[in-house]
Structure formats: structure tokens, C-alpha cells
Design a protein around this ligand. Structure first.
Ligand code: HAX
Length: 435
């Protein structure tokens, strides 16, 4: 057994009594109340999910296993000559809560290599789809097509003990994760690069191999590592993470759950916002004949969008109330690597004008940029201009966090999710509205 799995086993066994005690001895302790507005309004802020993988503070932003983004990037081991930590080490951190050693990272890299072969039928499925299908459709279809590989489904059928569900779920997680970069890069090359597919180089790490298969030179390997880490997890209530958790709660396996997660991510209010940002900016650029708009000109574009009843993509958040630290980290990367890029300058002008306008409009609870406001700019700069592919990059990253959560869901025996519905008439009755 790998050291990662052994460490995970120890952590799980140590953790289980905490969860059991909370349910048995403190199960009736109240966490809050639910208002009518919350019930109608998408359950905003209702405290009803439990995860130890990450926590989102409205003002501070995300912490992965207790570490802020700068701490995570600083503490995780890095290969010589690169700026970003390896995805392999980050997977170790999310699963165990511990910072891995360099040899832990190498062991996971070896595991990924051993598990990386993508079955031919997955490529056949991708080729059977219309070539103009959205790349998120392709990624989701490829993932669900692999369900027949599920170790959990086999173990369940064989009658495995509930306490051991996590083991086969872990195997599914590692198997799927090892294949995702190859599948994502295959979709890209097939769809946008004249179907010239670049085979994997298994001497490279997760991010390095992805950059290689995309055909994009350094420092894109670091961009890939940064992207996958930043997009991995944002606690459990966002649409993609919640969907993955919900579907897995029915004991649907990792493949079903991650495919569903990707379908949720593909919505324009969620992961698709990164493509929408670039689409919006391109629209402005076309109208400006490529010239960078002044702040006054940009204000007009922003107001025109709002007045036509659309949202400004890349701004606002359901939980965050400050600038997203994932935006900040990417902005710092841009300042280092592409300070004079035209689209970066565009995004900078946007940053100067949008928050004040959203405040003036008075609707958005958070006028500040989120992760998606900056992420497409970097991709565009490195030649990845097919912006409908951007959410696929998000999806590969998000699979890390959602998968780690599902392994722990199974380890702690989290049950089927089943909130209660009410009718409008019941709400009116609770509100004391007389008919
Ligand atoms: N532009 C214009 N209006 C906005 C806005 C924006 N960027 N953000 C919020 N609003 C509006 C909402 O549409 C809502 O209007 P109505 O009352 O007319 O329905 C009002 O402000 C209140 O919304 P809120 O409570 O502040 O925000 P929500 O929690 O309802 O929604 C969203 C959060 C992220 C969906 C929202 O801010 C939005 O639509 N942003 C633009 C799309 C986007 O960038 N999505 C990516 C978010 C990050 C993410 O999940 N990435 O994957």
C-alpha cells in the first residue's frame, strides 16, 4: 500500500470518533435558523454541509486544509527551476491535511504514471460526439463513459463493508485524476489543433505533462500547476462541489459524481464565467477596434451591459465579500510575466471601474472580482485563445477538491443528502399571510 493511502487510513481512523461523538452526544445542538429568503434564495449561508478539505471565509478567502493560498504555494514542495508547487503534493495535502515531503510527492507522481492510461473507448466516445460540442460536454461524457472502471462499483456489488467504502473510492479518485490531463489535452488538440494529438510524456509531473500535451512551452507548466491548485476547492456549497457531493451521497461512484460536478461547473454563473469574461472583453475590443478603452469609455460598456439586464462576468460572489485571493494570485502572476499584455491592461481598467459601478447600481452584495475575472487573460497570453475551453481547465482542477471530499464523505459515512421541501402556501402560512 502507498504511504499516501496508509497515512490516509490513519487519519480516517483518528477522525471517525470525532464525527461519531458529534452526532451521538451533540446531534441536537443548533447551528442556525433558516429564513424564508434563504429557502427561496438558493440556501445562501445555510450552515448544512461539513467538510475539512477547505474553508471559505467571506473576507479572507479560501484556506486549503487551514492554509491560505500564499501559504499553500509557499509551503508545498516544488521541483527545481519552477515557481509553482506540484499538483501531486497538493493532492497529498488535500487528502491528508499534511504538507508532504519531496519523496511523498515522488510516490504520488509514480502512482499517477501507473494509473494514467486512458482506455481507447474514451477517445472513441469523444470522436463520436459532434466536433462542435462544447468541450465541457466532451469532458463530462468522457468521465461518465469510464464508469465501468469504477473499483467502488465493483466492491459495492461484491458486498464490501461500509467502513471500507473509502478505499475503493480512493482508488477511483486516483485513477480518474491520473487520466484527466490526458483527456482534457486530447479534447483541446482534437477540437482546436487540427486533430494533432501529442502523446503524454510520463517523465513529467501532472502540470508539466499537461502543458506538454497541450503543446504550450514554459512557463505554461507553472500556469497549469497554479490553475489546477487555485481552482481545486472552495468549500462544499458552490454548485460544482455540492453537485459532486450530492450525487456521491447516493453512493453513485466517483465517475458519476465527477461527471455531474462538471455539468454544474459548466453554468455561466459558475465555472463558465471564465469564458464569459473573455467573450465580454473581446466584444469591447471589437467595438474599440483593438484600442484599450479609457476608464470613461469602459464605464459606458459596463453600464450598457448592466442596463441590458446582464451580469458583469468575473465580478460578485455568493460568499466572498472582498477581492478573491485567487484573482489576486493570478494578477501577481500577470504582473510578473505579462505586465504589458493588452488584455491584462483591459482587465486592469475593468478592475478600476467595475466595483464602483456595481456599488452605485446597488444590487450585487460583493462588487469585487472573483477567480474568473483574471484567469482567461493568462490562457490567452500563452496562446490558448479558444475561450470555450477555459472551463475544462477549471474542471480538471475542481476534480481534485471534489474527489478528495468524496473520499472523506465515504470515510466518515456521510449519508444520503435529502433536505426537506415546503410549498409556497406553507411559507405563506408560516409568514402569517392571511388568504
Ligand atoms: N453583475 C451584475 N449584477 C450582479 C453581479 C454582477 N457581477 N453580481 C451580482 N449581481 C446581481 C445579481 O444578479 C442579483 O440581481 P437580482 O436581484 O436582480 O437577481 C443581485 O446582484 C444580488 O446578487 P448577490 O446576492 O450579490 O449574488 P448571488 O449570490 O445571487 O450570485 C454570482 C453570485 C457569482 C452568481 C453573481 O455575483 C454573478 O452573477 N456574477 C457574475 C458571474 C460570475 O462571475 N460567476 C462566477 C462566480 C465565481 C465562481 O463560482 N466561479 O466558478
Amino acid at each position: 500500500m502507498s504511504k499516501l493511502k496508509e497515512t490516509l487510513r490513519e487519519k480516517i481512523e483518528g477522525w471517525r470518533p470525532r464525527t461519531t461523538r458529534l452526532i451521538k452526544e451533540f446531534g441536537n445542538v443548533k447551528l442556525g435558523e433558516v429564513t424564508i429568503e434563504q429557502a427561496i434564495g438558493g440556501m445562501r449561508s445555510v450552515k448544512s454541509l461539513v467538510t475539512d478539505i477547505s474553508y471559505l471565509d467571506p473576507n479572507e478567502g479560501i484556506r486549503f486544509r487551514g492554509y491560505t493560498i500564499p501559504e499553500t504555494l509557499e509551503k508545498l514542495p516544488k521541483a527545481p527551476g519552477v515557481d509553482m508547487p506540484s499538483v501531486e503534493g497538493f493532492v497529498y495535502l488535500l487528502l491528508t491535511g499534511d504538507i508532504p515531503s519531496a519523496s511523498d510527492v515522488q510516490e504520488i507522481a509514480a502512482e499517477f504514471k501507473a494509473r494514467s492510461g486512458v482506455p481507447q473507448y474514451v477517445f472513441d466516445v469523444l470522436r463520436a460526439l459532434p466536433r462542435d460540442s462544447h468541450p465541457m460536454v466532451m469532458l463530462s461524457a468522457a468521465v461518465v463513459a469510464m464508469q465501468r472502471e469504477s473499483e467502488f462499483a465493483k466492491a459495492y456489488e461484491a458486498g464490501v463493508n461500509k467502513m471500507d467504502y473509502w478505499e475503493s473510492t480512493y482508488e477511483d479518485f486516483m485513477n480518474l485524476l491520473a487520466k484527466l490531463p490526458t483527456i482534457a489535452a486530447y479534447i483541446y488538440r482534437m477540437k482546436y489543433r487540427a486533430d494533432v494529438v501529442i502523446p503524454p510524456n510520463n517523465d513529467l509531473d501532472f502540470g508539466g505533462n499537461f502543458a506538454h500535451m497541450m503543446g504550450i512551452p514554459k512557463p505554461y507548466d507553472d500556469v497549469a500547476r497554479m490553475y489546477f491548485i487555485l481552482h481545486s476547492d472552495h468549500e462544499s456549497g458552490n454548485v460544482s462541489a455540492h453537485t459532486g457531493h450530492l450525487v456521491a451521497s447516493a453512493l453513485s461512484d466517483m465517475y458519476y459524481a465527477q461527471s455531474a460536478m462538471l455539468d454544474g461547473l459548466a453554468g455561466p454563473l459558475h465555472g463558465l464565467a471564465n469564458q464569459e469574461v473573455l467573450r465580454w472583453i473581446q466584444g469591447v475590443m471589437d467595438k474599440m477596434d483593438g484600442k484599450i478603452p479609457s476608464e470613461e469609455e469602459m464605464k459606458k460598456f459596463v453600464w450598457d451591459t448592466l442596463k441590458s439586464g446582464q451580469v458583469i462576468p468575473g465580478y460578485g460572489h455568493a460568499v466572498l465579500r472582498k477581492t478573491d485571493p485567487r484573482y489576486q494570485t493570478q494578477r501577481e502572476f500577470c504582473l510578473k510575466h505579462l505586465p504589458n499584455d493588452d488584455i491584462f491592461k483591459f482587465v486592469d481598467v475593468l478592475y478600476k471601474v467595475v466595483p464602483d459601478i456595481l456599488v452605485e447600481q446597488g444590487k450585487a452584495k460583493n462588487p469585487w472580482p472573483n477567480v474568473d475575472a483574471q484567469s482567461g487573460v493568462i490562457q490567452w497570453y500563452y496562446g490558448l485563445k479558444e475561450y470555450d475551453f477555459y472551463t475544462v481547465l477549471f474542471g480538471v482542477g475542481r476534480a481534485i477538491g471534489v474527489g478528495a471530499n468524496i473520499v472523506w464523505d465515504r470515510a466518515l459515512g456521510y449519508p444520503l443528502e435529502r433536505p426537506k421541501s415546503l410549498t409556497t402556501a406553507m411559507l405563506e402560512e408560516v409568514a402569517g399571510i392571511k388568504k
